[in-house]
Design a binder for this molecule. Sequence first.
Ligand code: THF
Length: 277
Amino acid sequence: MKQYLDLMRHVLEHGHKKTDRTGTGTISVFGYQMRFDLQQGFPLVTTKKCHLRSIIHELLWFLKGETNIGYLKDNGVSIWDEWATADGELGPVYGAQWRSWQAADGSVIDQISQLISDIKRTPDSRRLIVSAWNPAVLPDTSVSPKQNAALGKQALPPCHTLFQFYVNDGKLSCQLYQRSADIFLGVPFNIASYALLTLMVAQVCDLAPGDFVHTFGDAHLYLNHLEQVNTQLAREPYPLPQMQLNPAVKDIFGFSAADFTLLNYQAHPHIKAPVAI
Ligand code: THF
């Protein structure tokens, strides 16, 4: 995972100081791209131990189309707690846009089911896209995330905004456009999550995994993460682990946490950091 450390170094060297919505302050660059060949191992950051269970459950929760943190809580995952209402609602965030986009004529679009059938039917298509960015449900910036969720708006606008698939020579690649990226806390989760999604989509479409391409808008280091960043930059990455999916699962909605096995994950100790809300 040299790519991830290179991103951190790039932002430290070329970043601009910026204020942000959370009031924390960041160093940020606009525009950056990383690429991971998924046949070279599973891109889980090794320079700090990452909690893969949270990543798997968050992805399964998106795919279920859920937007209440109840499922996450039942599985011991707390990464969305800060933004949810007392009843656990986040408004129409990722799960709602992926699985039940509300069209103007009252119909409901399941972008994931549509994507799988399009990849199988027309693998050369240049429209294999899922969008979580829906201007009709963006939050009102004058009230808090929780108040927005209570009003039926998204608690937060999606950070991973849009992704596209591409098939060549029997291999499936995925590119994500991430409008805003918390490099220390969020990005290790985001890389692993989309790498996993690519492996899952590849398996159910009978394709081999290709590349995961990660494209960023505002990529930032929060000023209260800089000590942790320097600790991490002083560490040498280990070889990547491997991810095995249960080969019997052929339906994108048929995966459960027990279908994922991470092998040979060697990592430096976890590094704690506060999340900006
Ligand atoms: N807001 C901010 N400021 N950063 C983000 O990364 C982020 N997200 C999601 C929505 N808003 C965000 C939430 N995702 C952690 C990881 C991912 C998150 C939020 C928090 C986090 O605190 N990770 C800790 C603990 C891990 C665990 O409990 O399992 C870590 O050390 O990795 C990005 O999509």
